[in-house]
Ligand binder design. Structure first.
Ligand SMILES: [Zn+2]
Ligand SMILES: [Zn+2]
Length: 287
């Protein structure tokens, strides 16, 4: 009784994709892939395969659900042979590890660039021969850690904005020192307005500028040392003096420049609107 009922229902199968029934194609294989009843219960294997292909858009691991009842289709693949299985696993491992390997290569190249830069700087600061001697005598482990810290320390040092602190102190206390009033009389007499705090004290830190400035500092220090302290015999002392002199001079100039900009800001004046422009040109002609 029950069996004949199922048979009756199966006789009236129709595919919800192509609407063909058993009578239209007796050979086709059928599947009922979800909870749906009635007209959307049955579908051709081949029709549903095509439909799933369209939904997956080439990614065979994407889950596909019935558009009516939201049940996930159970898709089973034939068992893989051992060779294909191993290749499949290897492929997945390579896919997952590649980003880490690439990251490692990138970090490694940055590290070795830093080591090379450190070695060049040591030779530049100590002199070619003495630098090589020092590095040959040093512990290799110490070099591998010490040399790359040279550019790092230069960059960190460059990020210390000591000029800002000096400038802030100057602005806070300069008005209280009578000597400064005497030395820069017009600065204080024209000093009428205090610019709002929203006006930035200095330009924001620019990454490329910090990087370039920091990495070129040893070269500049060597040049300034040779120009200003040529009589100093020791390469290291001469370069150190050159570096300190360069930073000090540059700092003073920067502070001067900022302070001038500050006074421009403080002493700006807003003008009256010019009278002629208020009246349109036609009326001024009629006068
Ligand atoms: Zn069909
Ligand atoms: Zn369904």
């Amino acid at each position: 009784m029950a069996q004949s009922k199922i048979h009756e229902e199966d006789d009236r199968r129709s595919c919800w994709v192509c609407f063909a029934t058993d009578e239209d194609d007796r050979e086709a294989s059928w599947v009922r892939p979800c909870r749906c009843k009635g007209t959307t219960k049955w579908v051709h294997q081949s029709c549903l395969q095509r439909w799933i292909d369209e939904k997956q858009k080439g990614n065979s691991t994407t889950k596909v659900v019935c558009p009516q009842c939201n049940a996930e289709y159970l898709i089973i693949f034939p068992r893989l042979g051992p060779v294909v299985y191993i290749m499949d696993i290897a492929d997945k491992i390579i896919y997952k590890t590649c980003p880490f390997v690439a990251g490692g290569i990138f970090i490694g190249s940055v590290y070795w660039t830093a080591v090379t830069y450190g070695a060049v700087t040591v030779m530049q600061v100590l002199g070619h021969k003495e630098g090589l001697n020092v590095m040959e005598r040093a512990d290799p482990l110490f070099l591998l850690i010490g040399l790359p810290t040279i550019p790092v320390m230069l960059i960190l040092g460059k990020m210390v904005r000591w000029e800002d602190y000096v400038l802030r102190l100057w602005r806070k206390h300069s008005a209280k020192l009578p000597l400064l009033h005497y030395l820069f009389p017009d600065e204080f007499s024209r000093y009428t307005r205090v610019p709002a705090d929203t006006v930035p004290l200095s330009d924001p830190i620019c990454a490329t500028r910090v990087l370039c400035g920091a990495l070129i500092l040893p070269t500049i220090a060597t040049i300034v040392g040779k120009l200003m302290f040529g009589s100093v015999q020791s390469n290291f002392q001469r370069t150190l003096l050159g570096g300190i002199a360069f930073i000090a001079i540059k700092g003073v100039l920067k502070i001067y420049y900022r302070q001038q900009q500050y006074f421009r800001q403080a002493n700006r004046v807003i003008l009256d609107f010019p009278e002629e422009s208020i009246n349109p040109p036609q009326t001024s002609e009629s006068h």
